[in-house]
Ligand binder design. Structure first.
Ligand SMILES: NC(=O)c1ccc[n+]([C@@H]2O[C@H](COP(=O)([O-])OP(=O)(O)OC[C@H]3O[C@@H](n4cnc5c(N)ncnc54)[C@H](OP(=O)(O)O)[C@@H]3O)[C@@H](O)[C@H]2O)c1
Length: 287
């Protein structure tokens, strides 16, 4: 088993360290911007902390860099200054970047890759309890690195997908639409309900079961079968009433409604909605 090092004891770094430690992998070295974060994580698994990033390669065969995206290149340069990286595997956890962000350590002899948990890591206890349900995106142009990363993911009980180098931005955009923008959709709905005097708690009671049912239907029936609502039915009159109700707002909700509506038309078409009804909906949804 490879000795694992973590750079960045934040949400992603902590989850990976704790999940891999639980799976029996030796997490041996931790470096973070502050000694406090590094010490807290190291203490949970008997790992060592290092005062300087240069101390990590001596302790670890595989280093996971879990720092903010914009800090990856500078961390990579700092590691590369240490020089002796031959035989080391160095990987970052960003969704948007590929292993090209680690060019400095690659030039210093390390094998590189990226390992992105397609998982919103916020509450640590929840993340640790559910990490086995997550899928991790594995990317590297080195097959031996990919094999090691598949092994790590398997050890955590999770699933892997492989993303070709150069395609991480498209992969990450897909995860942002499904995860982050779901929060945006919730906020837009709750905002409209608040204007009707429905408070946060009541809005949560209304929206959460609605959203969970949509996710449940997607899981049970797939897309486009799970689509319900006026566009699925071809009710252009109802859509026109929605647009009239949302007109004259200073925010982006009408625009969002129309764009999402137009993006929903191919799903309605795939469900077999009549072409004339699709045309009527398209005309109604034009900005
Ligand atoms: N959170 C998620 O849901 C999630 C999911 C998938 C992937 N990721 C990826 O994981 C990476 C980290 O994200 P995060 O959410 O875990 O961020 P985070 O919670 O803000 O943690 C980042 C950690 O990096 C440390 N750090 C910052 N600059 C550093 C530097 N120059 N050298 C060493 N350590 C440094 C900070 O250390 P101190 O605490 O010591 O200040 C902080 O603990 C990003 O690439 C992100 O895209 C995150």
């Amino acid at each position: 088993m490879l000795n694992i090092g973590i750079i960045g004891a934040g949400r992603a770094g902590r989850l990976l360290a704790l999940a891999l430690h639980r799976a029996g992998w030796p997490v041996t070295g931790i470096f973070s911007r502050t000694q406090e974060s590094a010490g807290r994580l190291a203490g949970a698994m008997g790992a060592q902390t290092v005062d300087a990033i240069a101390g990590l390669p001596a302790l670890c065969d595989l280093i996971l860099i879990a720092v903010p995206d914009d800090a990856i290149a500078s961390v990579s340069s700092a590691l590369a200054q240490f020089g002796k990286l031959a035989g080391r595997i160095i990987v970052h956890t960003s969704g948007a970047h590929d292993s090209g962000a680690l060019v400095a350590v690659a030039q210093a002899g390390a094998r590189t890759g990226s390992l992105h948990p397609a998982f919103a890591i916020s509450d640590e206890a929840y993340a640790l309890a559910h990490v086995h349900e997550a899928t991790f995106a594995v990317e590297s142009d080195d097959a031996s690195v990919r094999a090691v990363l598949f092994g790590l993911v398997h050890a955590m009980g999770a699933t892997s997908v492989e993303i070709p180098p150069g395609m991480k931005a498209q992969y990450h955009a897909a995860t942002v639409i499904a995860s982050n923008y779901l929060v945006t959709l919730y906020a837009a709905s709750a905002g409209l309900l608040a204007e009707l005097g429905i408070d946060r708690k009541a809005a949560a009671g209304l929206l959460e079961p609605l959203m969970r049912a949509a996710l449940g239907n997607i899981a049970a029936q797939g897309v486009p079968a799970a689509l319900t609502g006026p566009i699925a039915r071809g009710d252009a009159g109802t859509v026109a009433r929605h647009i009239a109700a949302l007109a004259d707002r200073a925010d982006t909700i009408l625009e969002m409604y129309q764009v999402m509506g137009r993006a929903t038309l191919p799903l309605a078409q795939a469900r077999g909605l009549d072409a004339a009804l699709i045309d009527a909906l398209r005309t109604t949804l034009k900005g």
